[in-house]
Design a protein around this ligand. Structure first.
Ligand SMILES: *Cc1c(COP(=O)(O)O)cnc(C)c1O
Length: 409
């Protein structure tokens, strides 16, 4: 179906070149309109359900406000994310905090805010977490995170459904639900089976949904559960030849497997923002080696760590105006950090690269800027909208040292 994904070559190249000239590189470019369209498609596919954006994919204020205006709620993984969601105007009733081994400081903050906003929902992943929030006087809305024991995912490091550290084991969930009812109002169940549901993975997703609705029947037979969240993990096609996720078929499979009275809730992160962002980087040097042409870029793992961390594929295009006239050659695109992992792409066919060329890295809107670091004392890149509005300014060298009281210039 057209419109299901925005491919890298559908971005307006002259406009991207203009933004790189104006704001310098490395530069993230975000298209809020694309975020809105992705939200609309999700709401259309899951009409009678809660759709909550997993904000960790991209927490910039621009994205949060766009998502809120589109009508999604916010799924938060930390106190910092809850703060950002509330500050961006999400009503507390649409904000859920799902703690994974939460630090005490996070619990202190969230319990305090829940006092002010009793509509907030806190998801607990263990008996210890439950006791720790009870010790802080929390008596509000609770949800229990269950490890459903099924996994779906494109890489072992982002498959959480069968990883033992996420949630209480399935057969212990009823016990934790009972304990939660002694502390506050148990309003939901939650599971998230990792990221990367694409067409062939639907059976694992279906199994998760089935198990969760069976559990809801068991612990919520009195009709007290408001929702059952079955996680995010809706995949996006990172490679140009990959077809987009058939969202309607995922929604249909989910609805058919979801057999309970509570409302269905989904929590997509990547799907909302991945294809709404590109990373622009300039070629700083090219080196012919016997094996390949090494293309040095001014963006690397500190700007976009997914290739280094997960071996993730991000498509790379050359935006040089005369790119079509050049011969293709096989390239290794490497960043400026002295680490063998600092590679944006290898074995890529690119128009013969030259110093100064602008490259665009696709599907960089999710887990890109969000995971950027200052390793190698590299200031984090700027983020702008396609219209040239500032989402986040570029860090300066002074930003690198501002937390160190003993730093003197
Ligand atoms: C990260 C996360 C999500 C979103 O995952 P995506 O793959 O980005 O859709 C949803 N729910 C929870 C609890 C998460 O931690």
């Amino acid at each position: 179906m057209s419109g299901d994904v925005r491919r890298l070559d559908e971005w307006d190249a002259p406009r991207l070149r203009g933004l790189a000239d104006e704001f310098d590189t490395p530069l993230y470019v975000l298209d809020p309109d694309r975020v809105r369209k992705n939200c609309d498609r999700l709401l259309g596919a899951f009409p009678a359900s809660d759709v909550h954006y997993a904000v960790k994919a991209n927490t910039t204020r621009t994205v949060l406000e766009t998502v809120r205006e589109a009508g999604l709620g916010a799924e938060c993984a930390s106190a910092g994310e809850v703060r950002r969601a509330l500050d961006a105007g999400f009503p507390a009733s649409e904000v859920r905090y799902t703690a994974v081994n939460p630090p005490g400081r996070d619990l202190d903050a969230v319990v305090e805010w829940a006092d002010e906003h009793p509509e907030l929902t806190v998801t607990v992943d263990s008996r210890d977490t439950l006791e720790r929030i009870a010790d802080r006087g929390y008596e509000g809305r609770l949800c229990v995170r269950v490890n459903p024991g099924v996994g779906a995912g494109h890489h072992a490091k982002v498959t959480t459904g069968d990883a033992p550290q996420f949630g209480v084991p399935y057969d212990r969930a009823p016990g934790l639900c009972e304990a939660a009812r002694d502390v506050g109002d148990l309003v939901g169940l939650h599971a998230h089976a990792g990221s990367g549901i694409m067409g062939e993975d639907l059976s694992a997703h279906e199994e998760l949904v089935r198990r969760m609705s069976a559990l809801a029947g068991e612990v919520g037979e009195d009709g007290s559960l408001e929702f059952v969240a079955v996680g995010g993990g809706f995949g996006v096609p990172y490679r140009p030849e990959e077809p987009p996720l058939d969202l309607d078929s995922v929604a249909e499979t989910t609805r058919e497997a979801f057999d309970c009275d509570a409302r269905l809730a989904v929590e997509p992160g990547r799907y909302v923002v991945a294809d709404a962002g590109v990373l622009l980087t300039r070629v700083t040097a090219t080196t012919e080696t016997p094996e390949t042409t090494v293309v040095g870029a001014d963006a690397g793992m500190t700007d976009l760590i997914r290739p280094a961390l997960y071996g993730a594929y991000h498509h790379i295009d050359c935006l040089a105006p005369d790119a079509a006239d050049r011969e293709a050659t096989t390239c290794l695109v490497a960043g400026p950090v002295c680490e063998t992992a600092d590679i944006l792409g290898e074995g890529r066919s690119l128009p013969e690269p030259r110093r100064g060329d602008l490259l665009a890295v696709g599907n960089a809107g999710a887990y890109g800027y969000e995971m950027a670091s200052q390793y190698n004392s590299r200031p984090r890149p700027a983020v702008v909208t396609v219209d040239g509005g500032t989402v986040a300014r570029r860090e300066t060298l002074a930003d690198l040292t501002r937390l160190e009281p003993n730093y003197h210039t």
